[in-house]
Design a protein around this ligand. Structure first.
Ligand SMILES: [Zn+2]
Length: 362
């Protein structure tokens, strides 16, 4: 944890702490406070509280590693408060959400494995590591198995790897070097709600303890970006690329025209920029290729006069001149469809029917 920041004030010569600010290391307790802030009924459940939560952990400097392990991180975190009867349904939905996210991002299913991490009743230190409630471990473990079976996902069991407060599924991603890393987790919590006195009123008018599912399908975003950078080798499809289109001009006299076009693309939510450095054209083209920018647009006098752009796709030597409007339509369609347009696909949109897609026309 980071140390608290204290706001001091002096009263009658006495130094007083007026306010204390803390950087939170996790979102859970805050969501639990929101849950506890009013009377809850069984009719409110399942209650799903979600947040793009920024958290801070003062990791040892030796433990920090690129984007994989950082000290400030963002999570698409949620806590699902539900009844015992709702746990399996909610867990199933969460696992399906994981699969949906991986499909969108283009991560092949064979890169992802699932680990069912639970307690280890035989561990001599088990009572310190895990809540001592064998019946609850057994029941929630069964719920995890049932949910995974319903989604049709295979998993390996890992006794002793559970969270303190309940069993979980760890989503393991295999990196290009074959190393396995935990990308995200989905956990059932049967213990913390009891400790914090979280309750809801049941249909029997009695007080009951909710179960909590902790879930963050992208884990920490920084770590997930690290996986993506590695998976794509930095050469993202257009829809994922940090810079989706870069303009460069053959003479700085044309930069104003290029800036107008950057603006047109930005108004269509395309991440576009102009390389207005003093480098030569060939150097600018090389720089764009080194940065693995998927679409590089060259503008010369002819392109200005004719309202065209000359497109070069990352990974291809070919270039093609086309009306700027058509480029705008093609790139926005590619982004909207989240298509995997690496190498040539966006250029293919403009291929003359008879000619091979890669044939240079300019
Ligand atoms: Zn949590």
């Amino acid at each position: 944890m980071y140390p608290p920041m204290e706001l001091h004030e002096t009263h009658d010569g006495q130094d007083e702490i007026k306010e204390t600010y803390r950087l939170r290391p996790m979102n859970c307790p805050h969501h639990h406070k929101v849950f506890a802030s009013r009377l809850r009924s069984y009719r409110d459940l399942p209650l799903r509280l979600c947040e793009y939560g920024q958290v801070y952990r003062f990791e040892d400097s030796g433990a920090l590693s690129g984007l994989l392990r950082v000290r400030g991180m963002c999570m698409n975190d949620a806590h699902i408060y539900c009844t015992a009867d709702q746990v399996v349904d909610e867990f199933v939905k969460v696992m399906r959400l994981h699969l949906k996210v991986y499909d969108i991002i283009g991560l092949p299913r064979d890169r992802v494995t699932f680990r069912f991490s639970t307690w280890d009743p035989n561990d001599p230190k088990g009572k310190e590591k895990f809540v001592d409630d064998p019946e609850a471990w057994e029941r929630t473990g069964q719920q995890v198995r049932e949910a995974m079976d319903r989604v049709g996902l295979a998993y390996v069991e890992a006794p002793g790897e559970g969270a303190f407060y309940g069993p979980k599924i760890d989503v393991q991603i295999r990196t290009v070097t074959g190393r396995e890393e935990t990308a995200s987790t989905c956990q059932i919590d049967f213990a913390v709600p009891k400790r914090l006195g979280l309750t809801y009123r049941g249909s029997d008018n009695g007080e009951h303890m909710p179960y909590v599912i902790h879930r963050a399908p992208l884990g920490t975003h920084e770590r997930f970006v690290a996986f993506l950078v590695e998976f794509y080798g930095g050469a993202f499809p257009t829809w994922l690329a940090p810079v989706q289109a870069r303009f460069l001009t053959v003479s700085d006299k044309l930069d104003d025209v290029a800036r107008e076009r950057v603006e047109i693309l930005r108004q269509r939510f395309v991440r576009a920029e102009l390389d207005d450095s003093s480098d030569t054209v060939s150097k600018k083209i090389r720089n764009a290729a080194n940065a693995k920018i998927p679409n590089t647009l060259v503008i010369g006098d002819r392109e200005v006069a004719e309202g065209t752009v000359t497109l070069r796709r990352f990974g291809s030597q070919a270039q093609r001149t086309m009306p700027f409007d058509r480029f705008v339509d093609a790139i926005t369609a590619s982004i909207a469809a989240r298509s995997d347009d690496r190498i040539k696909a966006l250029m293919d949109e403009f291929a003359p029917a008879a000619a091979p897609a890669d044939s240079p026309t300019a």
